[in-house]
Design a protein around this ligand. Structure first.
Ligand code: ADP
Length: 158
């Protein structure tokens, strides 16, 4: 079966934790779409278009990965585009507690068979979130090695 997977998130900005999940997921499926979700309620560092541009640059060379963005329900996006796998990353039991009800709710909303798969975070990045990276960066601390160099370059331009 052709596996057409979707990895969703805010990616504001993408971290090396996200990158690790993307590389590993890309090896498991035929096509992987990174779906950047727009949430008008969340104050973002980068616009959806900026995030997409930065991520495309950071992911250049990974043949079966593309970057898109969307707003609204993930399940609607999945139904409209025929994804059959959802990829999520798990850093801790906190992520698990958030993901478990989300998986149940999405399962009700999908109009075809979709399997959600969870990849355990690389321990080197299991403490890394976009939020902590932004906080440290905005206060002048080093986040080198925690986000791809391309992403750091864009952050420094702001
Ligand atoms: P959201 O705002 O929707 O949580 P994120 O961009 O923070 O979006 O995360 C998207 C996905 O990536 C989630 O499945 C999250 O658990 C996972 N993730 C986030 N940071 C890491 C990390 N450091 N290592 C592995 N997975 C991660």
């Amino acid at each position: 079966m052709n596996t057409k997977a979707l990895y969703t998130g805010s990616f504001d900005p993408m971290t090396n934790g996200h990158l690790d999940i993307i590389k590993r997921a890309a090896r498991l499926c035929d096509e992987l779409t990174v779906g950047i979700i727009g949430n008008p309620q969340k104050k973002a560092m980068f616009t959806l278009e900026e995030r997409a541009t930065m991520m495309r640059e950071a992911l250049e060379g990974i043949e079966n990965v593309k970057v898109e963005h969307f707003s609204g329900l993930t399940a609607d996006y999945v139904n409209e585009n025929g994804f059959n796998v959802i990829v999520r990353g798990l850093r801790s039991t906190l992520d698990f507690e958030y993901e478990a009800p989300m998986e149940r709710m999405n399962a009700r909303l999908f109009d075809h068979d979709v399997e959600t798969i969870y990849l355990m975070a690389d321990p080197a990045y299991s403490f890394v979130s976009s939020t902590i990276v932004k906080e440290v960066f905005n206060l002048g601390g080093s986040i080198e090695g925690l986000v791809p160099d391309v992403i750091l370059k864009y952050m420094k331009r702001i």
